[in-house]
Design a protein around this ligand. Structure first.
Ligand SMILES: Cc1ncc(COP(=O)(O)O)c(C=O)c1O
Length: 408
């Protein structure tokens, strides 16, 4: 039986975590009460996160078909969207499961009935480890990534206490120097430690290479990704030779999906941004599309309203840094207003300017902006308005945006 949010809570997975009523009446349930039939792009309160369903569905299909043709699995990364409804569509398209970056993301996906959840980030806080183990104890299909002996100790202790078996992937650091164990012998030694724990089962390897995914220019990206992924492939082979189950090698990204899926030994892709696409990715350059990486469409936008037009040379919109992540060097881009420049105007506002002689939007005008970086922008919202043409077709909760305090 799929585990929905209510069943998840009733099963007691939330006990001790969500005991206060306030925390049950969270953003997700408020979103459930919105009637989307009353909403269009002209009356959604701004700033608002919009998803163009036609473009999103095309992205989901393109990636699924690519992986099918390449004979690889895919376990899309929910760090991009944190949205169980989007995860469900990725699963419907053939995903093996869903990758997640945080414990609340894992809980939200399991509660929505998603199977094959892979936590790609390391966790070392006992309370978080206990929550992951509780998910498994209550029937959730979840794997964890481990890259350090201390994680193994803590996880084995929690799994032993709960009397559950936990599937793990060895997280291999192939160059980012951020998470994971070093490839080769250090990874084999870590696997030997895992094998000593009777409640832990090695299932393979995971490697993410941020240093490859954002290399500008397809050929350069191809070279970097092949170089670094070779370390992971080799480690998988070493594990296999040493007698460990190394069925899985999960890796890759939107930037390298059509590179890594050709590398022998990579079994599945943990692609994230492809569902939304952002400006940061567009400048990466594509295999056949030249400077602009256009394999996937910009399905995600932020809708904003012009709230001030006092000055002849500028107008202000109600989307500042609280509505649009502007930490990349790329500025939000107005979707159907060429020649417009978005400038940071503080927490609440963006300032729009145009070349001399060009027309500025007027007070009350609503504009959609393609986002510079999708993951941190999505993280600013508690819902996404799924649109078809001008109409809102559904309003989906962006679950698990924040970490909860244990016991509250
Ligand atoms: C561990 C891990 N896997 C996969 C991804 C997905 O990458 P992308 O959004 O570039 O597809 C990320 C993104 O940061 C990541 O951190």
């Amino acid at each position: 039986m799929p585990m929905n949010r209510r069943r998840f809570l009733a099963a007691g997975m939330g006990v001790g975590l969500l005991t206060h009523r306030e925390h049950h009446v969270n953003a997700d349930e408020n979103v459930d009460r919105i009637d989307p039939t009353k909403l269009t792009k002209s009356n959604v309160p701004t700033p608002a996160l919009l998803l163009d369903l036609d473009l999103f569905e095309a992205n989901v299909k393109t990636m699924a078909e690519h992986c099918q043709r390449a004979g690889r699995g895919f376990r899309p990364h929910a760090k991009t969207h944190k949205c169980p409804e989007i995860a469900k569509q990725q699963m419907k398209a053939g995903a093996l499961g869903i990758s997640v970056a945080t414990v609340p993301e894992a809980e939200a996906m399991v509660a929505a009935g998603i199977t094959g959840v892979l936590l790609t980030s390391p966790i070392v806080e006992p309370a978080k480890i206990a929550r992951m183990v509780a998910l498994i104890q209550h029937g959730g299909q979840v794997m964890l990534s481990v890259g350090h002996p201390r994680q193994i100790e803590l996880l084995a202790e929690a799994a032993g206490a709960a009397e559950v078996n936990v599937d793990v992937l060895v997280d291999v650091d192939i160059g980012d120097r951020r998470t994971g164990i070093l490839p080769g012998q250090p990874a084999v030694e870590l696997a030997q430690l895992i094998a000593k724990q009777k409640r832990l089962r090695i299932r393979g390897v995971q490697s993410y290479a941020g240093l490859a995914s954002h290399v500008v220019g397809f050929e350069a990206r191809d070279k970097v990704s092949r170089e670094v992924m070779a370390k992971s492939v080799e480690t998988r082979e070493l594990l296999s030779k040493a007698g460990f189950d190394a069925s899985i090698l999960s890796g890759g990204s939107t930037g390298t999906y059509n590179i890594d899926s050709k590398i022998r030994g990579v079994t599945e892709l943990q692609v994230g941004s492809y569902v939304f696409m952002d400006l940061d990715y567009r400048r990466n350059g594509g295999k056949t599309s030249g400077e602009n990486y256009s394999d996937f469409h910009h399905s995600l936008t932020v809708l904003a309203t012009v709230v001030n037009a006092t000055h002849a040379d500028r107008v202000s919109v109600d989307a500042g840094t609280k509505a649009l992540d502007t930490t990349t060097t790329y500025k939000p881009e107005a979707k159907s207003w060429p020649g417009l420049t978005y400038n940071r105007g503080g927490d609440e506002f963006g300032i729009l300017t145009v070349e001399p002689g060009e027309k500025l939007p007027r007070i009350g005008d609503r504009l959609e902006f393609i986002v510079p970086h999708c993951d941190p922008t999505t993280n600013l919202y508690d819902r996404i308005y799924a649109t078809r043409g001008e109409k809102v077709e559904a309003v989906w909760p962006i679950a698990a945006r924040r970490e909860r305090v244990a016991g509250l």
